[in-house]
Design a protein around this ligand. Sequence first.
Ligand code: ADP
Ligand code: MG
Length: 159
Amino acid sequence: MRSIITKNPGETQKFAGELAKKLTKKSASKSALVVALEGELGSGKTTFIKGFSRALGIREKVLSPTFVLIHRHKLNYRSNWSNKSDRTNKSYRLLFHIDAYRLKSKKDLLKLGVKETFSNPENIVLIEWADRVKKAIPKTAIWIHLDHLDKSKRRIIIG
Ligand code: ADP
Ligand code: MG
């Protein structure tokens, strides 16, 4: 288990970006890379996902998907990564950003077609409020816990 305290949103994004690069460098697995986030409203889940996505070259706006439920972003490493050492072993094609805030159970999440999304090794899936649909989250998911310590301090725990 690894934990860090960040003092502003930029630090949270930087930490998320470093994790993104680390995780995507790992050798191929049989299913999607799933990152499950839990933490109260305003704890920094969306901010974390912004940092994670930017580090993988996503330039589109990363918005809170509370009303849309799922945002899908295309990943294009070759054009976005500045140097060879930044490239991943594995070619991810799509990054999904899901917000489970409005979902009541595992069933609600499955209705969105996530089974296929989770099973495709070309996908990266980030889920806010993952604890609300815990039973539907793959066992292989990386869990990120965020705690709101004060106005601008957050504790981020991996694992
Ligand atoms: P969530 O998605 O968990 O509801 P957001 O990322 O949308 O949280 O919001 C976090 C809010 O807290 C933002 O307004 C952000 O600017 C603010 N904030 C202050 N300090 C931090 C920090 N250290 N890390 C992340 N966000 C922070
Ligand atoms: Mg959010």
